[in-house]
Write a protein that binds this ligand. Structure first.
Ligand code: GH3
Ligand code: MG
Ligand code: MG
Ligand code: MG
Length: 325
């Protein structure tokens, strides 16, 4: 392994997007029916420290590709009567191997079949007799690119999810909620089914912070978020709308049904024993809820939320720990 690191270390330039990690040993699948070619190929790769799996049967290769997360797949173009190109195409359609680089091993420089292979999504090729240096160089390049893309992909995924979630509670944030609700309201035009929303706000939350501190307040918000998430259908969506205000979107739900849901939530919260770790005693927590429903596809999120907010205000005015619509 030391030899591998020494051999590859100097090859990464300072301006490179790749890291030394990208050259660490990889997991490689070799699909080859010729025993001699398989032994040579696998031998070269293992000497570099790679973890190599050799399979001769194309059907077993597809299965192996599904079950193991390979960094690279090397396919011989002639698999004992079976077409290696067909297998490449199957690797490309199969979900688990769609993004795994494919290195095609050609018997000779057959431009037509090579062109077809590249068209199918083969990423690179080597021609027999296999040259050790060339095989390792092409392997290294494909593995680096694969790892770089994986890194980019997960970074993008992370920032997308960060843009739409609230970091304290893990719930969706206000931006996501508004977009989601606008979409559900548009669906009314085709479904004809009503959409309901509920806004709830913690009662006298300022007192919690003032008396017990902001950290206790945060704990209450986190517990509240999980109580509500656990009490909704999978089609309902809950988001943190503001500091201590949350919104539930209920598609295909009439106003009277939404009121029942809201009443159930209110009771769940009122009956739950909140016991923040910082406190000796449990803390009584209640919420007030405003509900609004619509069957009008021309209404926007802000319209429906505005009406729910008025109902919430009424719930606060009439004594808190209640549902109004
Ligand atoms: P009401 O029953 O009328 O809703 O009374 P209230 O005290 O809950 O209402 P108010 O709007 O006066 O206070 C809301 C408080 O919520 C003020 C703010 O300090 C607190 N708050 C907002 N966001 C957070 C947060 O992320 N963490 C904590 N701990 N407190 C928050
Ligand atoms: Mg408030
Ligand atoms: Mg308030
Ligand atoms: Mg409040």
């Amino acid at each position: 392994e030391l030899r591998v690191r020494q051999a590859t270390h100097g090859q990464l330039g300072t301006g490179d997007v790749y890291t030394e990690e990208d050259d660490s040993p990889a997991s490689i699948l070799v699909v080859e029916t010729s025993t001699m070619t398989a032994e040579r190929t696998c031998g070269h790769l293992r000497e570099e420290g790679h973890n190599v799996t050799h399979v001769a049967d194309p059907a077993k290769a597809l299965k192996a590709g599904r079950e193991t997360g390979f960094d690279l797949i090397i396919v011989g173009i002639d698999l004992d009567g079976e077409d290696g190109l067909r297998l490449c195409s199957q690797f490309r359609t199969q979900e688990e191997t769609r993004h795994v680089p494919l290195l095609l091993v050609l018997d000779d420089m057959d431009m037509q079949r090579l062109a077809k292979g590249l068209d199918l999504g083969v990423t690179d090729y080597v021609v027999k007799p296999i040259d050790r240096g060339e095989l390792l160089a092409r392997t290294r390049t494909q593995i680096r690119r694969r790892r770089y893309h994986e890194r980019l992909r997960s970074r993008i995924q992370r920032s997308v999810s960060m843009a739409f979630t609230d970091s304290l509670t893990g719930l969706y944030n206000r931006r996501y909620l508004t977009t989601h609700l606008d979409r559900k309201l548009m669906d009314i035009a085709t479904s004809g089914k009503p959409v309901s929303v509920a806004i709830f706000d913690v009662d006298n939350f300022k007192d919690v912070n003032d008396t017990h501190g902001h950290n206790v307040g945060d704990e209450v918000l986190k517990t509240l978020a999980s109580i509500v998430s656990d009490n909704l259908r999978s089609v309902d969506l809950v988001a943190r709308y503001g500091g201590e205000e949350f919104v539930v979107v209920m598609p295909e739900t009439r106003g009277d049904q939404a009121q029942e849901v809201a009443e159930r939530l209110r009771r769940c919260v009122a009956e739950h024993t909140f016991h923040p770790p910082q406190m000796d005693e449990p803390l009584p927590v209640t919420i007030s809820i405003g509900v609004a429903a619509t069957t009008d596809p021309d209404e926007m999120a802000e319209d429906v939320l505005g009406r729910a907010d008025e109902a919430l205000y009424a719930a606060k005015e009439s004594g808190r720990n209640r549902v109004c619509s």
